[in-house]
Design a protein around this ligand. Structure first.
Ligand SMILES: [Fe+2]
Length: 149
């Protein structure tokens, strides 16, 4: 079930994804609108599972059935095994890592601390979040978002 905090996180990710989209493609209003929706919907799988891994696939499946253009990004968000992030997936993963569980903007370090405290320093979640932050920072697109960190 989607918790109140998850809702705050989702609206925060939506607004951040909109801002990132504007940085990335300043003259593309439709892209900003789409990225807002992608951020808002990215965690809907949690309504049907509490499983961290399964929620992405379940959310992606629901949105694919509804014909949502970016269902694929929802299905694999947070996965560090993807070699290449599309622009949409890059924006979603970046927004997800700089918006806290309360929906407020935070640093990568704040987000990593939260994940470490919630799941444990030895957890797969924390290990993958560390890899995700590194991938996001190493990406050529990172410098475009100059307000991050
Ligand atoms: Fe998620």
């Amino acid at each position: 079930m989607i918790s109140d905090n998850r809702l705050f996180h989702s609206i925060g990710v939506a607004r951040m994804a909109k801002q990132l989209a504007i940085c990335f493609r300043p003259n593309d209003t439709e892209f900003a609108e789409n990225m807002f929706l992608l951020g808002l919907l990215h965690d809907i799988g949690y309504e049907f599972t509490d499983d961290v891994v399964q929620h992405a696939k379940i959310g992606g499946d629901i949105l694919a059935r509804c014909g949502f253009q970016y269902a694929d990004s929802v299905a694999v968000h947070g996965y560090v095994t993807n070699d290449v992030f599309s622009d949409e997936l890059y924006i979603l993963n970046l927004a997800d890592m700089i918006v806290g569980s309360d929906g407020k903007t935070c640093t990568f370090d704040d987000r990593l601390d939260y994940i470490k405290n919630r799941y444990g320093a030895e957890s797969k979640q924390y290990e993958e979040a560390v890899i995700m932050v590194k991938k996001l920072k190493d990406d050529n697109r990172y410098h475009v978002f100059n307000f991050v960190d």
